[in-house]
Design a protein around this ligand. Structure first.
Ligand code: PNS
Length: 161
């Protein structure tokens, strides 16, 4: 059975993330979406909230599972019996960082492969940070994230104002 892990902060999940999950779920028997902490970021949504938002957005994808893990990515991948880490690439600027992470993860565990998927061009400009910035400034961000979570994100932003 081929199991892939798609890791990220997902603060919150965007249309670009969802597109990668959808396409990945057609290539692997199971895609585990791993909500992990990125030590260089201070998330707006709690881990529990981020997991719930992804669950709400993926109800129609039967072979994907959403899990929070607080530790090293490679440890999680091994624990789950997975062989592959999926990463989405939007631009060359993403590649530099992701290439470093892929080499690091390979050094930490030689059995795990990083599988790069190129973003759908129509989502290539979207990031969780951009969604939060537009939302914070009162702009229309409805096209940037899964429609199922628009209200939740709007509410959270309004609460924080
Ligand atoms: O969505 P992001 O913030 O770009 O995702 C980065 C993430 C969470 C995948 C990365 O920070 C990560 O793998 N964190 C887990 C801890 C770890 O394994 N760190 C070393 C390799 S980056």
């Amino acid at each position: 059975m081929s199991i892939a892990v798609y890791p990220g902060s997902f603060d919150p999940i965007t249309c670009g993330h969802l597109d990668i999950i959808r396409r990945g779920s057609k290539l692997f028997d199971e895609v585990i979406v791993a909500v992990l902490n990125n030590s260089s970021k201070n998330p707006l949504f709690s881990a529990k909230e981020r997991v719930e938002l992804i669950k709400k957005s993926t109800t129609d994808i039967p072979n994907c599972r959403i899990v929070f893990f607080d530790g090293l990515l490679v440890d999680f991948v091994e624990q789950q019996g997975a062989q592959v880490v999926i990463k989405g690439l939007r631009a060359i600027s993403d590649f530099e960082y992701e290439f470093q992470m892929a080499l690091l993860n390979k050094q930490l565990n030689h059995n795990i492969e990083t599988f790069f998927m190129v973003t759908n061009a129509k989502y290539s400009y979207i990031s969780s940070s951009i969604v939060k910035e537009v939302a914070n400034l009162g702009g229309d961000f409805s096209e940037l994230l899964p429609k199922e979570i628009y209200k939740d994100v709007k509410q959270k932003i309004e609460k924080g104002r």
